[in-house]
Design a protein around this ligand. Structure first.
Ligand code: AKG
Length: 285
């Protein structure tokens, strides 16, 4: 199994984000890209709105979550052991579980993704969390590249940004804890994966190109942690995980270590798994 260089893990420790080339061969990424396109097309069928007709949140991206549960062609990417091992290495833990996967497609004319910290959306307390952000065609500053405030993951939980109501959202970049530090935008070549810690303040540029910025993300949590808060959370509530109980069960499979590439049966689909969805839940299916 490929392991990351110690230097990569150290850079992640320091910056709260890191770019890794070569974890997935480009041909494989292209094949998954086609499968994700098909899955997204199915989820958003019937939504004929232009970008301008969408809510501010939806203008940042089309978001389709838990594709592994509905699209068997996408599932092997979510369960990829090379990625899951890298996630465990970067968090310096032995075992990681899936929190969620999602396609984030920023349409031409799509607006910025507002700066935020991921872990603050979910009732997981201090559970280590990391995202693999996979730009299926690479990313460019003009086309919606992601940006990260270096070292911000070390500041702990800042306030939760209400991405759904951007007009009165808390301006995380103005938080005194950041001392004026701004995101560093990263152009990621095709074939790379960009990782960010669940507490890293991050954002993405608008898409000023004629092409959709296609990204797929896999969000991992360290195994063996317990639910910290009672507020609603689709994956924890569906799995019947109460406050103080270990975060595991239906829809929260162990991704590393795994002895082979067998993929568990997904949970039954409840309701109609159509998009768009929101990062802060509730999510379908
Ligand atoms: O893809 C984007 O524009 C935002 C992604 C993001 O916020 C995330 O992966 O946590």
């Amino acid at each position: 199994m490929a392991a990351l260089e110690a230097e990569t893990v150290e850079r992640f420790d320091t910056d709260g984000y890191v770019v890794t080339p070569g974890l997935l061969p480009v041909g494989e990424m292209e094949r998954y890209g086609r499968a994700i396109d098909r899955a997204v097309t199915k989820r958003i069928a019937g939504d004929g709105r232009t970008v301008d007709e969408k809510s501010g949140y939806e203008q940042s991206f089309i978001q389709c979550m838990r594709l592994w549960e509905t699209d068997p062609e996408v599932a092997p990417l979510t369960f990829d052991r090379r990625l899951a091992e890298a996630a465990a290495q970067l968090l310096r833990v032995d075992r990681v579980r899936l929190w969620q996967d999602q396609a984030l497609y920023k349409e031409p004319g799509g607006r910025i993704t507002d700066p935020h910290q991921d872990a603050t959306f979910w009732p997981i307390g201090d559970t280590p969390l990391i995202s693999a952000w996979i730009p299926l065609d690479g990313s460019t500053i003009d086309g919606g590249a992601m940006g990260y405030v270096p070292g911000s993951h070390r500041l702990g939980h800042l306030r939760t940004v209400n991405l759904l109501e951007t007009s009165d959202a808390y301006e995380i970049l103005a938080d005194p804890a950041l001392e004026g530090r701004l995101p560093v935008y990263v152009e990621a070549p095709k074939g790379t994966v960009v990782w960010h810690h669940g507490l890293t303040v991050h954002a993405a540029k608008a898409n000023r190109t004629p092409a959709t910025r296609r990204a797929f993300t896999i969000v991992y949590i360290a195994d063996g942690h317990r639910r910290a808060k009672p507020w609603p959370s689709f994956p924890l509530d569906r799995a019947g995980v109460g406050v103080g109980e270990p975060m595991e069960g239906e829809g929260l499979p162990l991704l590393w270590p795994r002895a082979d590439d067998t993929i568990p049966a997904p949970p039954p689909i409840i309701g109609e798994p159509t998009g768009p969805q929101v990062k802060t839940e509730p999510a379908r299916p």
